[in-house]
Design a protein around this ligand. Sequence first.
Ligand code: AP5
Length: 216
Amino acid sequence: MVIILLGPPGVGKGTQAARLIDSVGGEHISTGDLLREAYRDGTDLGLGAQEFMDKGELVPDLLILGLIRDHLSTTDPETNIVFDGFPRTIAQAEGLEGVLLDVACGISEVILFEAPEDELIKRLSGRRSCTNCGAVFNVHFDPPIIEGECGRCGGPLIQRSDDQPDTVRNRLMVYETHTTPLIEHYTSHPASLKRVSAMQPVNDVQRAFRAALEID
Ligand code: AP5
């Protein structure tokens, strides 16, 4: 099963992808996480990508497609894959079709999570991530029990550098310009896009998401 999660920054794609993979197994592929990992490892890709990420701009399609191609070359084609934050442009969507053909899989589902902009800004400003285990909290909606400390592993919580207000505004504009054309693209795709309202508590979004996938 190959699932693509679409939706604006902060809508909850990462949260829902992690919950789905916890329950059905498989691989959660977040291009944002792969790029942040490459930056922490000091690779050329990570260092080059950081310039774009800090400004809230998209990393060039060729770099992203290379990253995905490398990643999928070591992935079992039978495994469940949830793409989170990829593809983000029509060129990436077309590139993905080619990569999936090479590994003999197809896209099973495309889910679009939706929420209004003021909610996205609140979620992004309140997000805190654990530098140790990657768990994600929110000071407004899901605060850690001890401020600044991960409730799962005790590691330190940080705010992502691209969650600052100016960068968030640009990320939302970039989403509108470059990523919303994918809604039309996948509406006419055989996998057929389904919409899920993310404007409800996390557990309710999860229920609606599973219903859209027809998982009990
Ligand atoms: P990336 O890391 O992919 O960021 P994004 O798509 O902007 O998405 P986010 O991670 O910000 O949000 P999310 O929807 O996953 O929400 P989350 O679950 O965390 O990309 C970062 C950058 O990398 C890009 O700007 C670009 O530069 C580059 N990049 C990445 N992929 C690329 C690509 N394919 N092409 C080119 N460049 C690329 O939730 C957010 C917060 O809300 C959390 O605190 C969470 O706890 C909370 N929350 C979640 N659900 C709910 C709910 N239902 N109610 C209340 N709070 C909730």
